[in-house]
Design a protein around this ligand. Structure first.
Ligand code: SF4
Length: 303
């Protein structure tokens, strides 16, 4: 049970360096995932962790690294890989069961034809990913509740966290992202993202080294939406121009200073520097103005 996938077949001598590199990469990923788990208290003793496996590089990597960490973890927890077969045309049904059986890991394949729903509801030419993901999440969360899983692990990585931050900033005017750990809206599920510190390009390299049997997500022919593509393009360009910038941003997401922003619900600006005997501000009076602005005929706010 829970064997770590060995690097497939025996490698030719020319491959020894590649194996060495892959082992170093695996070690780095284990370290980053272990750190994220510890920093956010993602996994506790006795947890039943459901790892959502789509068949993409991210979720394969997540499962693989968690299985490795499970062997040496200071706590005992179970892992079950769960895939939702959404009935996309051409979905290779045997790939995941064969792979998971070869690992000896506990797994479950759910079946729900969300593809038909999505293609019926979404107008032609529009991206289907948002509704598709919502339906997938609904099916997986329902199963997690029925089966009594205590944690749901998703394969989002550092670059996803950064991209979501900018999507919210640019298109929803809010400073908000994709947290490494969260409680679902209905309060029933704790969702964890153990790859929160892992770079996407390292996941790509790892998936290649491990030869995961990748199933493309876009079998349905949908494209990710324009906003997400724009943000990705922007981040790629930044990284090309200034290597390390995405890392800086990712670190900034974990170093937030509410007193240096402008959200009075996060920081008590009213109390800041207020004299003990000063009356609280009368918002109504301030909004109405005290007469000076009208007297000068200049209502523009000060620069
Ligand atoms: S690419 Fe297709 S299967 Fe993947 S999330 Fe989008 S709509 Fe769903």
């Amino acid at each position: 049970m829970n064997t770590v996938l060995p690097l497939s077949e025996p490698l030719p001598p020319a491959g020894r360096r590649a194996v060495h590199e892959a082992n170093r990469l695996a070690k780095r990923l284990r370290h980053q995932v272990g750190r994220a788990i510890a920093d956010f208290g993602m996994i506790e003793d006795g947890d039943k962790v459901m790892v959502c496996l789509s068949g993409g590089k991210d979720s394969y990597t997540l499962l693989d690294i968690l299985l490795q960490l499970q062997k040496k973890a200071p706590v005992s927890f179970s892992i079950t890989a769960v895939n939702l077969d959404q009935k996309q045309p051409g979905f290779p049904e045997r790939v995941l069961p064969d792979y998971l059986s070869s690992l000896g890991v506990d797994y479950k394949i759910l079946e729900q034809d969300t593809y038909s729903v999505v293609t019926r509801v979404v107008p032609e030419g529009k991206t289907m990913c948002s509704l598709c993901s919502r339906l997938r999440r609904g099916a997986l969360y329902t199963f997690a509740e029925q089966a009594g899983f205590t944690k749901i692990a998703l394969g989002h990585h550092r670059d996803d966290l950064v991209a979501t931050f900018f999507l919210n900033l640019f298109f929803h005017a809010k400073i908000s992202g994709m947290p490494p750990k969260l409680l679902s809206d209905d309060g029933k599920h704790v969702v964890i993202r153990p790859l929160a510190y892992v770079r996407e390009d390292e996941i790509t390299a790892y998936a290649e080294a491990r030869r995961f049997p990748i199933i493309p997500c876009n079998l349905c022919g949908s494209q990710e939406n324009l906003q997400r593509r724009q943000v990705k393009k922007m981040l790629d360009a930044w990284e090309r121009e200034t290597p390390g910038r995405i890392d800086q941003i990712a670190r900034a997401l974990g170093d937030i200073r509410p007193s240096q922003l402008s959200d009075p619900s996060l920081f008590d600006f009213l109390a800041l520097g207020r004299r003990g005997d000063a009356p609280p501000p009368d918002a109504h009076a301030w909004l109405a103005g005290d007469g000076t602005a009208t007297a000068t005929g200049n209502d523009d706010p000060a620069p």
